[in-house]
Structure formats: C-alpha cells, structure tokens
Design a protein around this ligand. Structure first.
Ligand code: FAD
Length: 460
C-alpha cells in the first residue's frame, strides 16, 4: 500500500508525527509542495524552506527513500500525486492558521484517498495547558508555570521507510517564484543560513555547551551573536522540533549546565503564541482587544517606507531594519525597538510592520509574528501597555553600549553595511555616507503617541 507524507513546514525526519504515522501504514512517498501563494506573501521564509529541501532529500536517500518536490497549489498537487501514485492516504502536519484544511480534505478525497492531519510536535498539544477553571491562559507567566508542571512528550525517532513501487516525477528544490517575489540579494541571506536538520541539531548542541548564565543577560545584547540559540528559522521551517530542544536542554540541565531555565521559558513563548493563534485565528489581522481596532493608527506611506529601508535617522531602528533586509534575521531586542518606534513614535498601524516582517524574515512564523506585534502595539492579551514607550536611543545605550551593533550596520565600511548595500535593490541606493537627521524628535513623537492614547481612552 502506498501512502504520501506531505512535509508541510516540518522539514525533518526526527520527531515527525505525520511521517511516523505514514511509515506505519505503507510505502512512503515523501512530498514537499512549493506553493506560489506562500512565495508571494513570505518570500524569505519560502527561500529558507527551499534551502532546507536538499538536506532533507539527502536524509531520505540515506534511508532508501527520496524527496519529491512539486510546485503549485497544494490541493491541486496533492490530488495529482494521489492519482499518479494510487496512494490510499496522505499524512501531513497541522498548518498555521490551524483551521482551513477543508479544501485539502475535499481535493484528496476527490482523488480517492484520505487526508490525515497530525498535530505538530510542539511542547504541548494545542489547548492542553489550561487554567484551573479550564479556560485558556491570557497571560504568559501563569501559562509558563502550568507548562513547566506538564510532562513534555518524548520526541519520536526517525522511522524506517519502505520505498514505493515507483517514484512520481519531481520538480527539484529550486523556487524561482520565491526569489522573484522580492527584489533582494538572496546570496547575502544565504550566507546567514545553516540549513538542514543535522545543522540544527549541531547548533543546538553548541548552544547548550556554552549557554550558562550568559543567556539571561546576553540574550538582550544584539552584538553578542552567540548568546542566543539562533534556532528560530530552523524551528520555523521545522528542521528541529521544540520537544527535541526541550529534552536535550533538560539533559544538559541535569548535567549541571546553567541558564537552561531562562532558555526554556523563552521557548515556551512559541507555544503560548500558538495557543493564542489556535484560539483566535484572526490575530494576524485584527487586534486581540477589539477596541484597539478603532485606534487612530496612521496608514502606510513615506514614513513607513523610510522605516522599511532603514532610513529613519534613529540608529538602533535603522541598524535593525538593515540587518533584517540583508540577512532575513533581526535580533529580538531590536525587533522590539524597531516595532515600537513604528507603532508609537510614528503611530503607524502594527499590521504594516507585521506584513514587512512577514516578507523579510527567514524565521517568519504566523503565530510568533502576530503575537509579538500585538504585544508591542499594546493590543494583545499579554501586551506591553501602549503608554510604555521605548526610547530607541536609551535602549541603544543600555543594550549596545559600545555601539558594536549600530556600527556594524551603519558604518559604511563595516561588513554589515556592505552586506546591506549588496542586498538592497537598485532603487534603494543612496550615498552610504549620508548622515540622516531623525525623522521625528523622540520626545515629540512620544508625546504625540501619549496624547493620542489619552484621547483614545477618554473617547467614550
Ligand atoms: P532564543 O533566545 O534562542 O530562543 C529560542 C526560541 O524560543 C526561539 O528560536 C523562538 O522559537 C522562541 N522564542 C524566543 N523569543 C520568542 C518570542 N518573543 N516569541 C515567540 N517565540 C520566541 N519569532 C519567530 O520565530 N518568527 C517571527 O515571525 C517572529 N516575529 C517577531 C516579531 C516581533 C515584532 C518581535 C518583537 C519578535 C518576533 N519573534 C518572532 C520572536 C523572536 O524575536 C525570535 O524568535 C528570536 O529573535 C529568535 O532568536 P533565537 O532563536 O536566537 O532565540
């Protein structure tokens, strides 16, 4: 009996519930689908997925299998591969947002097979960590305490695979639509990616060997490259599971390694975001606190464009936005600073920022991106209050005291600034020695945000 395992943003063999179920039920066709809609909306994340495919294929080949890659709309591709192969079932993982598989179910059924959607190997199944009264947590800290008391399931080993009688045709891993969807020097982004599940496991081990107490403090310093795990893009494309990370980290803690508890707490934010997204699938478009949909946000326009291009004249913001564009990454502290500047000092709608991050980030994750933007904008459940306005200069003094991060991206002779120049489209080219005046005085911008917030609170 032939079955298909559709590798849907879970691009690994280890701890893969859908693959384990497929392998139990027949000879497996491993299938990845490059969806043009995904490439158009999230080109950097799509490119990152494409980079994960050759190592995944190599891992499958080492087990006598191989990866079939097809480009197209998932429902059409699945129906086609089912018909071509005579497969009786398709096994896959939940997608984000969590709802929305009806069209796929119908397409697979129409081709004569059954679609089985398996849970993701997150720390806990969605909706399983609840308050004493059985409701979802709205605040992270009690969620974390409850999760910490919950046994985390052991990761599943990579299964033995049986080859099908014939292999369907494969389009190969190149994804030109993803490259074309954004005018950007992709070779620069590629320099910052270590793709594949073996690379992710190696990165985890290296991180656990050095973590100690340095993580708690160092994780806020953007120039301190090694202080955090750097695993977010591997997690986002599913090259490593959160459960694998958890159990390896717990083993390191038992061996006496320090700093693990702080790290696991950060990792749990990812599950918290997924629980929120599961309960409120619209949080990437509407404010979790509905009254905030009426806040007088400013729309997209030249100010937002200056922010996107890293030309606000505010050093921490511009450094972060240039890092994001050049590398597809941005340090978490700088994400908070750049996002806060957009929604507070410029009062621009958080969705303008969310969409740009979704286009640029190699670690784009629908749930993490939405929850964090709502956190910064003050409209999420466990959010930073709107009246708490980060001063990007003070943040720079505190977390980039020696200016190493700002210099890396803003000094025209530094490697980062040169990478940004290489990655930027022709239309963005400017004299790198230009000294930009701040587009808004920080005190004036802060006061404008607070006044708008005051009027908004009093409006009824
Ligand atoms: P580590 O400190 O090593 O943390 C380990 C893992 O924990 C991370 O890989 C990540 O999966 C999880 N984690 C850590 N912090 C957070 C957090 N605040 N929220 C959710 N999970 C977290 N992260 C994404 O993965 N995708 C996104 O699209 C995304 N968008 C963001 C947008 C904004 C405005 C902000 C402020 C943050 C966003 N984050 C997003 C969270 C965070 O910035 C990244 O996960 C982090 O930079 C990852 O670096 P690391 O792997 O070295 O982190």
């Amino acid at each position: 009996m032939t079955v298909i395992c559709w590798f849907r943003r879970v691009l690994r063999l280890d701890d893969h519930p859908a693959l384990a179920a497929a392998a139990k039920n027949g000879a497996v066709i491993a299938l990845a689908i490059l969806d043009p809609a995904d490439a158009a909306a999230h080109p950097a994340s799509a490119q990152r997925q494409a980079m994960a495919l050759p190592p995944l294929d190599a891992g499958l080949r080492a087990r006598g299998s191989r990866l079939i890659v097809r480009r197209g709309d998932p429902a059409t591709v699945l129906a086609q591969v089912v018909r071509d192969s005579g497969a009786v079932a398709v096994h896959t993982s939940q997608g984000l947002p969590f709802a929305g598989d009806d069209g796929l179910q119908a397409a697979v059924a129409g081709a004569g097979a059954v679609l089985h959607v398996h849970p993701l190997a997150d720390l806990v199944p969605r909706g399983s960590v609840l308050t004493g009264s059985g409701t979802r947590f709205k605040v992270f800290t009690p969620f974390w305490r409850a999760l910490r008391r919950t046994p985390i399931a052991e990761p599943l080993p990579a299964p033995r695979l049986t080859a099908p009688p014939a292999w369907p045709a494969s389009d190969g891993p190149d994804w030109p639509e993803a490259r074309r969807a954004m005018d950007r020097g992709w070779d620069v982004v590629a320099r910052h990616v270590r793709a594949g599940e073996d690379a992710a496991l190696d990165q985890l081990e290296a991180f656990l060997n050095r973590i100690t107490a340095r993580y708690a403090e160092g994780r806020n310093r953007p120039a301190d490259d090694d202080a955090t795990s750097g695993l977010s893009d591997a997690l986002a494309v599913g090259e490593i599971s959160a459960r694998r990370i958890w159990h390896r980290a717990m083993a390191a803690q038992q061996d006496g390694q320090g700093g693990i508890e702080d790290f696991l707490r950060e990792l749990a934010w990812r599950d918290f975001a997924r629980d929120l997204f599961h309960a409120s699938p619209n949080i990437d478009r509407t404010c979790w606190r509905p009254e905030w949909n009426d806040f007088p946000w400013r729309g997209d326009g030249p100010d937002a464009e200056a922010w996107r291009r890293g030309r606000t004249g505010i050093a921490m913001v511009d450094a972060g936005m240039r890092e994001l564009f050049a590398t597809g990454r941005m340090h978490n502290r700088v994400r908070m600073i750049a996002a806060s500047f957009l929604v507070k000092h410029l009062m621009i709608d958080w969705r303008v920022g969310l969409d740009w991050f979704a286009r640029c980030l190699t670690d784009w994750d629908a749930a993490n991106n939405a929850m964090n933007w709502q956190w910064v904008a003050g409209c999420g459940p466990d959010a930073s209050p709107f009246f708490r306005v980060f001063n990007p200069d003070t943040q720079g003094t505190k977390f980039d005291a020696r200016r190493r991060y700002r210099d890396l991206w803003l000094d025209p002779d530094a490697v980062g600034a040169q990478e940004f120049a290489d990655a930027a489209p022709r239309s963005w080219r400017v004299d790198p020695h230009d000294r930009l005046a701040p587009m808004v005085d920080l005190d004036t911008g802060r006061q404008r945000a607070l006044d708008a917030y005051g009027r908004f609170k009093r409006r009824d």
